[in-house]
Design a binder for this molecule. Structure first.
Ligand code: SAM
Ligand code: SF4
Length: 332
């Protein structure tokens, strides 16, 4: 296979790797995981810390990956996270290292992770009301989340980005309050349209809060002007708030898909490459690595996996089928 990049047949090159470190979580956000949890992956099926570091190393040193984001499930539940971050930070060329987390436990871990080499953090925050948090995530943990966010900022992570999913009749009236909160603390807020990735398969297109609705509710309180900075491959469309420099982002994954600019490749906690969140096929690197394959062979398998990437997610296509694994197991 020619070249040392993760290229697909539609001209896109993946440079942004999302690594899921666990399928487990300490919350149960309704758009992601059922209240009773899921059958977790058995430990022998999970990549070890050493295997994660090796596969990320292949992606960075042989396949042109320049950004590595750790996610899950809840990545802070992985005891080896600081050691993994540290090892990835020693790769040459050094990738940007970021984390997507619900922030529970970040109070203790933020300084440790910064010391290990973490560059950036995205925290999921869907509400500022304790009762709603409990309804939405099935756990009473808003305070811990807010402490975690503060700790990230105090540890020097800048900017702290917040991700919000709005759900109709649950927290869809809270967009302005969340933006006020973000502006007051200098966090960067992005709203993400809810995608059909919940374990229960309950997502309905006509129930989803759209990017247009989110913008409308923000415009009732804020003056929003499209951000002149080019969007590039970043999925968020950004808007300057009240003349800037503060910004707010809206990721219209469903109604304004950005598949044509997608630069992502994904590795699940059990070592499967996914070329798209919505892919129905996976490519096993774990057993290949465990069978004694060298780095070059692993790199070639990864390249082959990306070649089959579809041009778009096709959510609006009548033949669309939700992937077999939910978001928590794929890695959001
Ligand atoms: N536990 C971490 C967290 O919540 O940030 C990391 C994993 S979580 C799966 C990653 C991101 O995916 C979160 O921002 C979450 O809001 C988002 N997410 C989960 N299910 C989603 C869905 N069905 N549609 C849109 N975003 C979703
Ligand atoms: Fe856990 Fe994140 Fe899924 Fe919420 S969105 S259940 S915090 S993995």
């Amino acid at each position: 296979m020619s070249g040392h990049s993760l290229r697909d047949r539609h001209g896109r090159v993946a440079t942004d790797l999302r690594v899921s470190l666990t399928d487990r979580c300490n919350l149960r956000c309704t758009y992601c995981m059922p209240e009773a949890g899921l059958p977790w992956l058995p430990k022998p099926e999970l990549l070890t810390d050493h295997e994660v570091i090796r596969l990320v190393g292949v992606a960075v040193t042989r396949l042109g990956v320049t950004e590595v984001r750790f996610t899950g499930g809840e990545p802070l539940l992985r005891p080896g996270l600081p050691a993994i971050v540290e090892a990835v930070g020693r790769l040459d060329p050094r990738p940007e290292i970021s984390l997507t987390t619900n922030a529970i436990g970040l109070e203790r871990l933020a300084p440790v992770l910064v010391e290990a080499g973490l560059d950036r953090v995205n925290v999921s925050l869907d509400t500022l009301e304790p009762d709603r948090f409990k309804e939405l995530a099935k756990r009473d943990r808003l305070e811990r989340t807010l402490h975690g966010i503060k700790a990230a900022s105090q540890a020097g992570l800048d900017p702290v980005k917040l991700n919000t999913v709005l759900m109709r009749g649950v927290n869809d009236d809270e967009a302005p309050a969340l933006l006020r909160f973000a502006l007051a603390h200098d966090y960067q807020l992005r709203f993400i349209e809810q995608m059909p990735l919940d374990a229960g398969g309950t997502w309905r297109r006509d129930q989803m809060v759209t990017a247009a609705e989110i913008l409308e509710s923000l415009k009732a309180e804020f003056d929003l002007v499209p951000d002149p900075a080019h969007r590039g491959s970043a999925p968020a469309e950004t808007w300057l708030v009240d003349g800037g420099p503060a910004k707010v982002g809206v990721i219209g994954s469903v109604t304004r898909p950005f598949c044509g600019d997608c630069d992502r490749t994904r590795l699940t906690a059990d070592g499967q490459v996914r070329n798209c969140l919505f892919a129905r096929d996976e490519t096993d690197l774990r057993d290949l690595a465990r069978s004694g394959a060298g780095d070059e062979e692993i790199a070639e398998r990864w390249q082959a996996a990306m070649l089959g990437k579809k041009p778009g997610h096709g959510i609006d296509d009548p033949s669309f089928l939700q992937p077999a694994r939910p978001m928590s197991a794929i890695g959001g």
